[in-house]
Design a binder for this molecule. Structure first.
Ligand code: HEC
Ligand code: HEC
Ligand code: HEC
Ligand code: HEC
Ligand code: HEC
Length: 164
């Protein structure tokens, strides 16, 4: 009797754990392929992430950027067709963000990409080589990682540099 109770509790906890994990997974509206666009077509990151060199935010591209090349079909992929569907309805593609720092942290792409010359992979892992959108960030953002590099490259490490 007692053993069954423990089994039930254990099973319930396992379920909660997996449902929790599932809720953290991100499903993107279009199966966008970074590999094809960045490695095969050799498009620059800043063509789509337009703020990445000179703004705080890199930004996720608007449907207007995609439609420049996809107003007519270039493949027979139903995923490609979705671009024209969003565009003709006058809607943005509802991309979900994967990388985010909390409100109390200041982070600027310009400062890291242009001023410090740091490669995207240092902070974003192999994102640009993915053939489909990952369900979670390929690399975790943490204060320790920011600090480790700041110490190594002698950038500022006082709290108010990042917490404003
Ligand atoms: C043709 C447009 C396009 C190009 C070029 C492009 N990306 Fe993206 N990128 C996207 C789209 C669309 C998403 C959102 C869907 C996804 O997660 O795959 C995205 C998402 C990302 C994200 C995750 C952002 C977040 O927080 O959700 C990173 C990091 C990223 N791209 C890095 C890169 C890098 C690095 C390059 C250049 C080597 C690059 N991208 C080139 C369109 C592009
Ligand atoms: C500079 C032109 C260009 C831009 C901008 C562009 N694409 Fe593409 N895309 C292409 C080309 C060319 C192909 C066909 C590649 C092939 O298979 O030969 C393609 C293929 C695709 C496909 C189908 C093939 C596959 O493997 O997935 C999808 C889906 C797609 N693109 C989504 C997007 C989205 C979403 C955006 C905007 C965030 C975007 N593209 C921006 C040029 C572009
Ligand atoms: C030093 C670390 C670092 C480097 C280098 C870096 N990023 Fe980021 N990136 C971040 C952080 C941190 C965030 C979350 C920012 C936020 O929440 O405001 C982010 C967010 C993003 C996003 C989500 C959308 C947005 O507007 O914030 C995209 C897209 C992105 N980065 C693309 C790139 C590309 C492309 C490169 C290289 C050209 C790059 N990043 C280089 C740390 C970095
Ligand atoms: C791979 C190395 C690296 C990583 C990772 C990194 N940084 Fe930096 N960061 C630098 C360098 C180098 C500078 C100095 C750039 C310059 O010369 O202005 C800098 C400068 C800054 C500044 C400007 C400080 C000032 O002078 O006022 C802020 C804010 C900052 N980083 C925040 C962050 C945050 C937040 C993270 C983590 C999400 C992060 N950085 C991750 C290398 C890095
Ligand atoms: C180089 C940038 C940087 C510096 C310098 C920095 N932090 Fe952070 N801090 C971050 C980032 C990014 C996060 C959010 C990610 C995380 O929680 O790891 C964060 C999160 C935190 C949090 C919240 C943790 C949580 O669980 O939500 C506290 C508290 C904090 N920092 C305190 C400090 C103090 C105190 C200092 C000075 C001794 C400091 N930080 C210096 C980047 C920085």
């Amino acid at each position: 009797m007692r053993q069954n109770l423990f089994k039930t509790i254990f099973f319930t906890l396992v379920c909660i754990f997996f449902i929790g994990e599932g809720a953290g997974a991100t499903e993107q509206p279009i199966q966008y392929n970074h590999y094809k666009h960045t490695q095969e077509l050799e498009l620059e990151c800043s063509m789509c992430h337009q703020g990445v060199k000179d703004k705080v935010r890199a930004t996720i591209p608007s449907v207007e950027v995609c439609i420049e090349c996809h107003s007519e079909p270039v493949t027979d992929s139903p995923e490609e067709e979705k671009i024209r569907e969003f565009y003709s309805k006058g809607e943005e593609i509802p991309w979900q963000r994967l990388f985010r720092v909390p409100e109390h942290v200041f982070f600027s792409h310009r400062r890291h990409v242009t001023v410090a010359g740091i490669e995207c992979e240092n902070c974003h892992g192999d994102m640009a080589k993915r053939t489909k959108p990952p369900s979670k960030a390929p690399m975790k953002i943490s204060m320790n990682k920011c600090l480790a590099c700041h110490r190594k490259l002698q950038a500022k490490t006082d709290c108010v540099s990042c917490h404003r």
